[in-house]
Design a binder for this molecule. Structure first.
Ligand code: DC
Length: 227
């Protein structure tokens, strides 16, 4: 049986995470949040005091990446993420851990160490894979490839709402600066930079709500999935 794969790539705050989860539920597919893997690795290396020493302790960092002890557990409140059996679901969503992830993600050897772990998520009947390079490097064979973007300003506004809903006190100017710095790093890195696959369906969600984007996506996906 062919495992059907839907990839959703794009910058942070474009709504990828929410839409990927909605699509996985709609099609009853598995879900890969690849950004969470980079966040978990960033957090793990930080805890071991290695984040500032990626270049000089690369071999040790690659080993940690390949042995990363993580679990994704489905619960009523969403997916619980465990690192070394500790619940870090909230912690990995912070801006701070996002910037750890972005550093880790720029190192080719660390990306390679996480590659197979990502591909292992492709199980029947299908997978929705959310990330930056899902279509361009991890699942080039995907049946449906979507690139979801939005202006930096609207992404910053959404992020502020999300973080405030989590009870965090944040300023839009800080978040916008953070998003722009992260976009630049993600787009300009040499390995697997953030860019649309040549055959991706492009959606700009700046002026669209979640339901409108979801409708555009399912209309496209329904034409692409193999019956
Ligand atoms: O999607 P996110 O914000 O959780 O991603 C965190 C960081 O990880 C982001 O700066 C880019 C990086 N990342 C990546 O390089 N490749 C992926 N497939 C997913 C995330």
């Amino acid at each position: 049986m062919t495992v059907q794969i839907i990839t959703i790539d794009g910058p942070s705050g474009s709504g990828k995470g929410t839409l990927a989860a909605k699509l996985a539920e709609h099609y009853q597919f598995h879900l890969l949040d690849s950004g969470a893997l980079y966040r978990l690795l960033g957090l793990s290396l930080k805890k071991q005091d290695l984040l500032e020493k990626l270049e000089t302790h690369l071999e040790q960092c690659v080993h940690i990446a390949s042995q990363l002890n993580i679990q994704f557990l489905s619960s009523e409140q969403g997916t619980k993420v465990l690192l070394d059996n500790e619940d870090v679901s909230q912690q990995i969503r912070t801006e701070e851990v996002g910037s750890f992830a972005s550093k880790v993600a720029a190192i080719p050897q660390l990306r390679t160490a996480l590659l197979q772990r990502q591909r292992d998520f492709a199980q029947a009947p299908g997978l929705v894979a959310d990330g930056r390079d899902m279509a361009t490097s991890i699942f080039p064979q995907a049946q449906a490839k979507i690139y979801l973007t939005a202006s930096a300003q609207s992404r910053a506004e959404r992020r502020v709402n999300q973080l405030q809903a989590m009870g965090l006190d944040v300023k839009i100017s800080d978040i916008l600066a953070n998003i722009e710095a992260r976009d630049k790093r993600d787009m300009e890195r040499e390995v697997a930079p953030l860019k649309p696959a040549t055959d991706a369906y492009m959606i700009d969600s700046s002026a669209l709500n979640i339901d409108e984007v979801f409708k555009l996506m399912t209309t496209y996906i329904d034409k692409k999935l193999v019956n």
